[in-house]
Write a protein that binds this ligand. Structure first.
Ligand code: DGL
Length: 263
């Protein structure tokens, strides 16, 4: 029996596409469904209670509708707040996206790491825990930015974005005590790798490298689906829970989602 069950990627918006790209290379035969919770966007300025109530319920509906073999919560905000609850509620493998502090701890020469995420992510105890476990001897400096999420969405809609805005976001890290020593920045929101070139250009004289969870998640997906049969069945689809899909259609097509539907 051929197995056409998709892998379902979930984010508040287009951020999860930064996870889709490496995942495509890791499991090229798999069918993907991409879900943007545009009706709930943005997550980063919501409360823990809102995310904890919304995400498991929505993923339950999506699992029933699309019958995925695996769900990737391609969103740091949702993962750091609701991963355990989603795993408890659904009887299928769930891969979360958590800030890549572990590789950053291994990479930093100056022992100063920047963590750039949403406001909701950077205040999570989950981040304290990762910092203590994997970067205990580093100064871990955090900054939450809702603006960078908006800039990434705008870029993918094909709108021009102002380079000065990226520099202002980075100043939120570099201007903190010890921030000038940062040599690695964790893109702890899946939207941010989509604007990594803009961030790198805005870093100017600061010599920094960026790291995110995409490669590790792609390896995890390949491991969890190893030996499984992949049949294409239907074409890949992007699902929007609210408005906003149309303006993103060209970007979604570039990432392999030629069709958009509502939930
Ligand atoms: N892409 C999401 C993340 O990784 C959040 C963006 C938002 O909705 O604020 O955290």
């Amino acid at each position: 029996m051929s197995d056409a069950r998709p892998i379902l990627f979930f984010d508040s918006g287009v951020g999860g596409l930064s996870i889709v790209a490496p995942a495509r290379l890791a499991v090229p035969d798999a069918r993907f469904v991409y879900v943007a919770d545009s009706a709930g966007f943005p997550y980063g300025t919501r409360s823990e209670a809102e995310i904890a109530a919304r995400v498991p319920a929505l993923l339950g509906r999506l699992a029933e509708r699309y019958r995925p073999r695996l769900i990737v919560i391609a969103c740091n905000t949702a993962s750091t707040i609701a991963l355990a609850a989603v795993r408890q509620a659904l009887d299928l493998p769930i891969v979360g996206t958590v800030p890549a502090i572990k590789p950053a701890g291994a990479m930093s020469g100056t022992r100063a790491i920047g963590v750039l995420g949403t406001e909701a992510t950077v205040r999570q105890a989950y981040v304290d825990d990762l910092a203590a476990r994997f970067a205990g001897d580093c100064r871990v400096i955090r900054h939450g930015s809702a603006e960078l999420v908006r800039l990434a969405e705008a870029k993918l809609r094909g709108e021009p974005t102002d380079p000065a805005r990226y520099a202002a976001v980075l100043a939120g890290l570099f201007d903190q005590p010890g921030g000038e020593a940062i040599d690695v920045i964790v893109n702890a929101c899946t939207h941010f790798p989509l604007v990594e070139a803009e961030l790198a250009a805005a870093a100017g004289s600061h010599r920094v490298r960026f790291v995110d969870g995409g490669a590790g998640i792609a390896r995890r997906i390949a491991h969890l689906t190893e030996g499984q049969d992949f049949a294409r069945g239907a074409e890949d689809v992007a699902v929007f829970t609210g408005a906003g899909g149309e303006a993103l259609a060209p970007a979604l097509a570039r990432y392999g989602f030629p069709r958009i539907e509502g939930l």
